[in-house]
Design a protein around this ligand. Structure first.
Ligand code: PEP
Ligand code: MN
Length: 338
């Protein structure tokens, strides 16, 4: 249930609403906007309580029920647009943000070379997997702690924030020490134990869409992060599984519009994992920016032929440079900068 306070409602009136909710056994979350305060009433059975219980309280303008299962990720709760700030980079602001780098950190030379190149061509975050969630246990699993050390070096020597994936609860602490953004991969979108622990860190998190998850399930998973008070949540669309097998996953371009309509959270699109092949990455990347994505997460490798993971879908550096040049006028056409 969402309680919208009147413009100029006093702190005492807001507290009264909060106390009433607590007395009924509900949790609350406040969105203290500059214009208006919104109080989200949280609980599994708010449906059994009449909206009048809150509507009669002084300072309340309106009370509505959210029929959708997600609350905190919804625009009803947070009518503005959330911006996640990572070391001076604003995700969800006017500028389209490009995150680029290899699927996995493979060597110091590889990650440093890629980081310098992508930064030079306009990326503002470097990606690189240290812990890889591989479908087969016999595939390369990542350099783990050694990769985190290399990412640390990238941060200090290249001066660019880094994003890397967290695959389990045990490695949250060490990854949080080194990564500026922690990525939850598609395979872990509904790993609720992991989400709850990540929520406690208050660390920026990119929550990728599970490839069989609906937008509603994805936003409801985002609520796990928001419910513990982590406001630094970024969504990542990376394609879903359909009957189409000419590409790795089908990019759900429409989800960009749906997310922008129903959620306040910033949205990044990963064209690489949907494409599965470098040939299709620019097509999806251009479409995503045109459709209103707040940024892209792109796999770039200095020598894709030798990549240990996802070489086929990785752009080499000249292709990345070309794509960046193609994206700038598209961003401008939709009122964004790059
Ligand atoms: C990745 O970005 O490295 C990755 C594994 O992506 P996804 O979780 O979307 O498959
Ligand atoms: Mn990959």
């Amino acid at each position: 249930m969402i309680v919208e306070m009147s413009k100029g409602a006093s702190r005492q009136q807001i507290d009264h609403v909060v106390d009433r909710a607590h007395s009924l056994g509900f949790e609350v979350q406040l969105n203290l906007g500059t214009e208006k305060t919104v109080v989200a009433i949280l609980g599994s059975d708010t449906g059994k309580t009449s909206t009048d219980v809150f509507a009669v309280l002084p300072g309340v303008e309106s009370v509505s029920r959210i029929m959708k299962p997600y609350k905190l990720a919804s625009r009803e709760f947070h009518p503005g647009t959330s911006i996640v700030k990572v070391k001076g980079v604003e995700i969800g602001g006017h500028k389209v943000v490009i995150m680029a780098g290899p699927c996995a950190v493979e060597s110091e030379h590889q990650i440093m070379e890629t980081a310098k190149a992508v930064k030079n061509f306009g990326a503002s975050v470097v990606r690189g997997g240290a812990y890889k969630p591989r479908t087969s246990p016999f595939s390369f699993q990542g350099l783990e702690k050694r990769a985190l050390q290399m990412l640390e070096k990238v941060k200090s020597e290249v001066g660019i924030p880094v994003i890397t994936e967290v695959v389990d609860i045990q490695s949250i602490e060490i990854i949080a020490k080194h990564a500026d953004i922690m990525q939850v991969g598609a395979r872990n979108m509904q790993n609720f134990a992991l989400l709850k622990e990540l929520a406690k860190t208050r660390h920026p998190v990119l929550l990728k869409r599970g490839f069989s998850a609906t937008v509603t399930e994805w936003l409801t998973a985002a609520d796990y992060l928001l419910a513990e008070g982590n406001q630094q949540v970024i969504l990542g669309e990376r394609g879903i599984r359909t009957f189409e097998d000419s590409i790795r996953f089908s990019m759900d371009i429409t989800s960009i519009g749906v997310i922008k309509r129903f959620s306040h959270l910033p949205l990044i699109v990963d064209p690489s994992h949907a494409a599965g092949h470098a040939a299709y990455v620019p097509t999806i990347a251009r479409a995503a920016i045109a459709a209103g994505a707040d940024g892209l997460l792109i796999e770039v490798h200095p020598n894709p032929e030798e990549a240990l993971v996802d070489g086929l879908q990785s752009l080499n550096i000249p292709s990345f440079e070309r794509l960046m040049a193609e994206l700038r006028p598209i961003a401008k056409a939709v009122g964004r900068a790059m």
